[in-house]
Design a protein around this ligand. Structure first.
Ligand SMILES: O=c1ccn([C@@H]2O[C@H](COP(=O)(O)OP(=O)(O)O[C@H]3O[C@H](CO)[C@@H](O)[C@H](O)[C@H]3O)[C@@H](O)[C@H]2O)c(=O)[nH]1
Ligand SMILES: [Mn+2]
Length: 745
């Protein structure tokens, strides 16, 4: 079926740009020649020179990885209209997963909008099922879901009838102001008003429940199962909220609530654990050959998205070409000019396209379409052979070892591995009992879940690890970036949540780098391509980058304090090597921003945030991982707070916020050190040394500008101010640093 579609439903576009490639090489050459220069002049210079050499060697290495990752940018243009239209039979079933974990940090109304947008995608409803995993085990989420399904029964036909483009109601009703214009029929206007009222009623109901709370002692009816539930210690709750019994294609897809069993002191592996439970429960109930997963805040923004993804999944010549299909993470309501540098637009664009030109984009944890059999551990070469030899008794025992003790589940897994698709009937009692079994906390013990099959355990960034495992088995992946964007979510706003997220990512990535599953191992022993391995390396070394970045940021201050140099003097030719490098790098990165339609301000914010992040969040990531290795503490998945809208009218949106977390200590200290160094440098300049340290003064000043949000934080109030205790500690640290420099010199 895979290769019979003609004309092919997608085209591959290459974005090769010779100017960029030339600049890539020029920068690389400049970097290497400056390294050589440093090596040759090492004897005449001191400690700072040596440290600079080490840091710059690392930066050169990172640049090499960057060039590799972006060398061959490729995208695919998909044509859903080329998929066979008449035979609805042609389209395969899809199970859609939404994960949520905390009704406070992740307001139910956001999750519900995501669910609604998925239920409303343009795809035959009887082929779809939506599973919501609730790691918070909250009656609020369940209650909201029940109410949501009632609303969706009206919303979905409304969207399909009027071909509404934006199907997450909170976005639709807040953005489409022109709706009452005269070219819309009266009937539509009437229905529109009606829907708007109904949506407002739904969100009010949910908001009320959130505000008043559902009293835990007063849970009746369907909610009774939630009485006396402790969030970290409770049995599984699985509820089929809507069944689509008639199997209607234009009805509402199935909707299932799943809260897996949790017991104190038993690891539940955070999101990866939740995904594995969803995989098994859905395997029993619907067993679709494809699975889509999104975070609770990532609504489907393009109703055609499933068809776009199917163009790549079904339209590739060989299944191997598309083991999974990933859509980029794009954020809505982003604050102007991305003050926290976390909208990642440019990064995702250039690196997404770049990896797409190697073995495929990495799995980003959300907005991704998986093949169930790939998640079940199948290699591309086994696709044919598995189909025939999965029926014997030995095969059963083998499957049991990997997939666990549920006979029902093993049957479904065997079918999935053989590539069989069947539309399931109404779940029987047998299936329901099995669903509770596979959602139990002990089900995975002694099985291959989390290691051989399913979402991989052992890293906070289960997504990158899981995707890399798939690539290493020889699968490729494809990047699906239709217009309008496939999914939209919220980026964290504010200093604390941005840095915490970055810390978690850096921890998770470092965990991957140092585990036995690292990309180098997979390249040597398995089928991870070398280019892909290097692209993964670029991502995985984030935490490690903090050390050289921190050293380099401190170097100018060190030199000013100790009257030494880490850069050549203005009259030396090598100085112009650095100037050239600096200018080319700036022009290069600015042009990427402008090309993407972003402002120079956004570029600057990103540069600045990269320095802030790497010297704080990434640094703390290293510390966390060291503590984990020493067995002192485990790394945890700290959930990012989601807000319905990041817009605030007080004009302070985007202003950097702080809290008492030690994560703000390095930034505050760096700022103070630069300040002290500049003062000391200027004082000694009176003796006529100033001109010989132009580079150092300039760099120190530049670092100060990067940490401007911290300077404002010193004088800010409330959440906009750095707490006094942090300031005091920083003063002590900064003074100690100055003392240390003086003594070491
Ligand atoms: O114990 C947990 C913790 C988290 N989640 C869910 O995981 C998702 C992602 O969490 P979030 O706090 O939004 O993290 P982000 O940093 O925004 O997530 C990015 O990074 C994660 C890896 O660190 C990936 O899993 C995500 O898909 C990717 O979007 C959310 O839907 C959560 O509800 C769970 O289901 N169980
Ligand atoms: Mn998120």
């Amino acid at each position: 079926m895979a290769n019979t579609i003609s004309p092919p439903p997608y085209e591959t576009i290459s974005y090769n740009n010779h100017i960029y490639r030339a600049l890539d090489i020029v920068v690389l050459l400049l970097l290497t020649s400056l390294l050589v220069y440093r090596l040759l002049t090492l004897n005449e210079n001191g400690f700072a020179w040596l440290l600079a050499l080490l840091c710059e060697s690392w930066f050169t290495f990172i640049w090499f990885l960057t060039v590799n990752g972006k060398w061959n940018p490729v995208e695919h243009k998909t044509y859903p209209e080329r998929l066979p239209q008449k035979t609805e039979e042609f389209l395969p079933p899809l199970d859609m997963f939404v994960t949520t974990a905390d009704p406070v940090l992740e307001p139910p109304i956001i999750t519900m909008n995501t669910v609604i947008s998925l239920l409303a995608v343009d795809y035959p409803a009887r082929k779809l099922a939506c599973y919501v995993s609730d790691d918070g085990c909250s009656p609020l989420t369940f209650y909201s879901l029940v109410e949501t399904s009632k609303f969706a029964k009206l919303w979905v036909p409304f969207c399909k009838k009027h071909n509404i483009k934006l199907r997450a109601p909170f976005m639709y009703f807040s953005s489409d102001k022109s709706i009452m214009s005269s070219d819309k029929s009266l009937e539509f206007q009437q229905e529109w008003k009606d829907m708007k009222n109904k949506y407002e009623r739904l969100s009010r109901k949910i908001q009320d429940a959130v505000k008043k709370g559902i009293p835990p002692y007063n849970l009746t009816g369907d909610l009774a199962v939630f009485s006396n539930i402790e969030r970290r210690n409770h049995p599984s709750i699985i509820k089929i909220i809507w069944e689509n019994k008639e199997g209607l294609s234009d009805g509402l897809p199935r909707l299932i609530y799943v809260s897996r069993e949790k017991r104190l002191k038993h690891p539940h592996h955070y999101k990866a654990g939740a995904m594995n439970v969803l995989t098994r429960v859905s395997g029993l109930m619907t067993n679709a050959p494809f699975m889509l997963n999104v975070d609770c805040d990532m609504f489907a923004n393009n109703p055609q998205i499933v068809r776009h993804a199917m163009c790549l999944l079904l339209g590739s010549k060989n299944e191997r070409e598309a083991g999974f299909v990933q859509s980029p993470q794009i954020f809505y309501d982003g604050i102007k000019d991305d003050p926290f540098g976390n909208q990642l637009v440019v990064l995702i664009k250039y690196f997404g396209r770049g990896m797409n030109g190697i073995q495929g984009p990495c799995y980003g944890g959300t907005g991704c379409f998986h093949r169930r059999k790939v998640i079940y551990g199948l290699c591309p070469d086994e696709v044919e052979s598995k189909a025939s030899n999965l029926t014997s008794v030995t095969a059963y025992e083998e499957l049991q070892k990997i997939f666990g003790n549920s006979t029902e589940f093993i049957k479904s897994a065997a079918q999935a591995l053989q590539g069989k698709t069947n539309i399931p009937n109404t779940p029987s009692n047998l299936v329901e009992a099995a669903a509770y079994q596979v959602a139990g906390f002990g089900y995975e013990y002694g099985t291959g879940w989390g290691t051989e099959v399913g979402w991989q355990y052992g890293s906070n960034t289960e997504d990158v690890l899981t995707g890399m495992k798939i690539h290493s088995r020889g699968w490729k992946s494809k990047y699906c970036n239709p217009d309008p964007p496939a999914f939209l979510g919220c980026a964290p706003s504010g200093g604390p949540s941005t840095l915490t997220q970055q810390k978690r990512w850096a921890i998770g990535l470092l965990e991957v780098l140092i585990c036995e599953n690292n990309p180098i191992f997979h390249t040597i022993t398995a089928k991870l391509q070398l280019g892909q391995c290097l692209a993964y390396m670029w991502i995985l070394v984030w935490a490690l980058r903090s050390i050289p970045e921190l050293c380099y940021v401190m170097l100018p201050a060190y030199c000013l304090i100790t009257n030494s140099n880490f850069l050549p003097k203005v009259h030396e030719p090598a100085f112009y090597g650095y100037v050239a490098l600096f200018l080319i790098y700036i022009l290069y990165t600015i042009s990427e921003y402008l090309e993407t339609g972003l402002s120079i301000r956004a570029w600057w914010n990103r540069q600045r945030m990269t320095i802030i992040t790497s010297t704080s969040a990434w640094l703390f990531a290293i510390l966390s991982v060291i503590l984990k290795i020493l067995g002192i503490s485990e790394t945890v998945f700290e959930i990012t707070r989601k807000e319905e809208s990041t817009f605030t009218d007080d004009g302070d949106a985007g202003r950097f916020t702080f809290d008492g977390s030690p994560i703000f200590l390095p930034g505050t200290t760096i700022l103070m050190v630069q300040f002290l160094a500049l003062v000391m440098g200027l004082l000694s300049a009176r003796d006529g040394h100033y001109g010989s340290r132009f580079g150092e003064v300039f760099c120190s000043f530049l670092v100060m500008i990067c940490f401007l949000p911290f300077l404002k934080g010193l004088f800010g109030k409330g959440k906009y101010g750095i707490p006094l205790s942090t300031i005091c500690k920083s003063v002590v640290l900064a003074l100690s640093f100055v003392q240390l420099c003086k003594r070491a010199h």
